[in-house]
Design a binder for this molecule. Structure first.
Ligand code: NAI
Length: 694
């Protein structure tokens, strides 16, 4: 039952009961409307209390109904709110814990609101590229004032109820039992008699509404360039300010329906659901028992080990940090401290918090100190022999049932697992650098990784606030395997006629945080060089533009050597186009007998993005990724793909797979075309008018 109806001493209690957060699904909406009707036709009832059971008043729309006919089936939320607002008997909304989105709009439709402390109040719709579509843009400014409302609607950020205590949103603040207090408030209201106040009838007071709205427009333009929703929300608020509630409400509806159709909203909703979907693994049911993970061990306190440790310290989990030599250990600890101190300087942490976190580290040089760890993550040099040595030792000392993880980015996890007598306990946890900052965690499922190990690591990932995506075992896993094709195209284009700054500018204009050459300079060009050298040995048939090798032969490894694809002024990170490099590139083309041609920005973007899409499709064909949205989550959270485009696979859906297929064939027929072997999956979907994200 989604709504419970009862009568307490002349007051009807309509209790939303749709766990986990009383989402306003169809049954809940229907239950509220029926409850209001019943209460109004029952002569023994004098007033009505609307309250939420369990963990929330209401978190808003029921996300399980998204994209189903039930979402728009009557009674819609607008109809529900109309019934509440139109009730002849007074309605009191009693708010605790969460009143968000539609939940807040519902409460705003009531005649009175009483609240418990510590409730989170928000209209977060902009985060899905939408605006509140059930009167939120009209009622909230009337309830809390123009400025507060506009800020809340445009940012979507939750505000604690206490902070709104003086705002006019609440009629009473309740300490103690919320329902009891709401009941007596409701009786008092009935005693005083009608007409009962309606938020819609309040006036918006502001000395200079027009000026403030213009100011808000300018601020939003600076931060939400690619997102239409915050702009539309301001338009809707303005409409209500200038033309009154009814017109504002109609315009809000119009904007909502238009926004639902925008690619930006589609992308944001895709990312929202993709994040949740990434945690669901087809053959690992959600009730799979998980192993307790309270003690963490980390082997290697280098760049990655230190960053990885910080994730657990931040989550208050103790970490035993192991190195081979005291000086390496000291260096690792010093780096962790330095990173935390930087956060103190920025005001993000207090000195005490830093000390508390660092106190959770137990530094050691001895493997036997890892005996109590529930999870041990290896982050030593990327060499199979070293990994072998470490995993043999871990197998010796780790307690039974401990999870053994490797942070390897390129090595075969199945081989690493085979170094132990417990391959079912071995898993990949591929963090991204800087590991304490980057959201993405690729969880690598080996052929023997057991389901409960996988489920445990996925759950742990949530605790340390990572977006975890499962990848099968292959070279580069999902993210780096795709980026390799992207880099390959970028290099071919240098050889064919482009220059680094042009390539970077084109793809940055498309929305990537950083183009391939600026990115390589940041990561270190020697890393790609080492990978290519391995490829030349292992896959000699695979062709690369060797211009990048030439750059490395010049010693230009990127920012760390003060020179890469770009020049860098000492101590600065600004990429300055390098005449020497540009000349080297042009000379290299000549050496190769390539007649350089003008390459348009459109071609640059198409080749870079479609190289990701094509490899992504192969990754799906091979089952390395289970679903297209997983690939998109990897690119949105780990590679700076523009959020408003939703990731490479959603982008491919947006331009249409027929068009993708044609473009791939076109490039396959051109010079360097052997780098394009169009994925069969794309041709198949194109022919069937299908999508990656169905
Ligand atoms: P690093 O060279 O900064 O750190 C490795 C550390 O492991 C060193 O401090 C070294 O003293 C220690 N070590 C070596 N052998 C050891 C042993 N037998 N026992 C204990 N400690 C030992 O390397 P980094 O960059 O931290 O990489 C570590 C792993 O993480 C590699 O597998 C790498 O592929 C992977 N990775 C690196 C990323 C990066 O951006 N640097 C990103 C994702 C994964």
């Amino acid at each position: 039952m989604a709504v419970d109806y009862s009568i307490r001493d002349g007051v009807a209690v309509i209790m939303l009961d749709n766990p986990p957060v009383n989402g306003l699904g169809h049954a809940t909406r229907l239950g509220i409307v029926e409850g209001i009707g019943r209460a109004n036709s029952d002569a023994t009832v004098r007033a009505i209390v609307l309250i939420g059971a369990g963990k929330a008043f209401s978190g808003g729309a029921d996300i399980t109904e998204f994209n189903t006919p039930k979402a728009t089936q009557e009674p819609t939320l607008l109809t529900v709110i109309k019934a509440v607002d139109g009730s002849a008997k007074p309605v009191v909304a009693a708010i605790h814990a969460v009143a968000m989105g539609g939940g807040l709009e519902l409460a705003l439709g009531a005649h009175y609101r009483v609240a418990a402390p510590d409730a989170q109040i928000a209209l977060p719709e902009v985060k899905l590229g939408l605006l509140p579509g059930a009167g939120g843009t009209q009622r909230l400014p009337r309830a809390v004032g123009l400025e507060t409302a506009l800020n809340m609607i445009v940012s979507g950020t939750p505000v604690p109820s206490e902070q709104l205590a003086q705002s006019g949103l609440f009629d009473a603040f309740i300490q103690g039992d919320l329902l009891d207090a709401a009941l007596s408030f409701a009786r008092g209201a009935a005693d005083r008699g009608g007409p009962y106040p309606k938020v819609r009838e309040r006036r918006i007071e502001h000395a200079n509404a027009e000026g403030f709205i213009q100011f808000a427009r300018n601020s939003v333009a600076a931060v939400a360039r690619h997102f239409p929703a915050p702009h539309k929300a301001i338009d809707a608020i303005e409409k209500g300010v200038k033309e009154g509630f009814e017109r504002g409400l109609a315009f809000e509806r119009e904007c909502f329906l238009a926004l639902v159709q925008t690619p930006e909203s589609r992308a944001l909703r895709h990312a929202f659901f993709g994040e949740r979907a990434a945690g669901k693994i087809a053959d690992v049911p959600s009730n799979t028992p998980v192993r307790k993970i309270e003690q963490i061990g980390i082997v290697g306190a280098g760049t990655m080990g230190g960053g990885i440790a910080m994730n657990f310290l931040n989550a208050k989990l103790p970490v035993t940090l192991l190195e081979t030599k005291q000086d390496a250990l000291d260096r690792g600890l010093a780096t962790i401290r330095r990173n935390y101190e930087a956060q103190v300087k920025k005001g993000k942490l207090t000195q005490q918090q830093v000390e508390d976190r660092i106190a959770l580290i137990r530094p050691t040089l001895s493997f036997t100190d890892l005996a109590q760890a529930d999870l041990i993550i290896e982050a030593v040099f990327e060499e199979l022999d070293v990994k072998q040595q470490v995993f043999r030792q871990l197998d010796e000392v780790a307690k039974p049932g401990a999870i053994l993880a490797s942070n390897t980015s390129t090595l075969d996890l199945n081989r690493i697992a085979s170094f132990t007598k417990r391959p079912g306990d071995v898993i990949g946890m591929h963090f991204f650098s800087p590991a304490n900052v980057m959201k993405l965690l690729e969880v690598v499922r080996g052929k023997e990784t057991s389901k409960d190990v996988l489920a445990s690591v996925m759950q742990l990932a949530k605790k340390i606030k990572k977006t975890a995506v499962v990848s099968g075992v292959c070279d580069g896993f999902i993210g780096n395997r795709m980026i390799e094709q992207y880099i390959r195209q970028a290099l071919f284009m240098l050889e064919e006629g482009a220059l680094p700054a042009q390539v970077d500018r084109a793809i940055e204009q498309f929305g990537f945080a950083m183009g391939p050459f600026r990115m390589s300079d940041l990561a270190g060009n020697d890393i790609g060089w080492a990978i290519r050298k391995r490829r030349y040995r292992e896959q000699p048939e695979l062709r690369y533009a060797r211009v990048a090798d030439r750059l490395c032969e010049m010693g230009r490894f990127g920012q760390k050597t003060g020179a890469g694809w770009y020049d860098y002024a000492p101590g600065k990170r600004d990429a300055i186009p390098s005449q020497a490099v540009d000349e080297m590139i042009v000379g290299f083309s000549a050496e190769q007998g390539v007649a350089r041609r003008e390459i348009g920005d459109e071609e640059i973007v198409e080749r870079l993005v479609l190289s990701l899409v094509n490899e992504g499709a192969k990754i799906l064909e091979e089952g390395i990724a289970a679903k297209a949205s997983d690939i998109d989550m990897v690119y949105l959270t780990g590679y700076g793909f523009p959020l408003w485009r939703g990731g490479p696979m959603l982008y491919a859906d947006t331009i249409g797979l027929f068009n993708v297929d044609r473009a791939l064939r076109k490039y396959a027929a051109q010079p360097n075309g052997d780098a394009w072997q169009p994925a069969a999956r794309i041709a198949g979907l194109a022919a069937a008018n299908g999508r990656f994200n169905a």
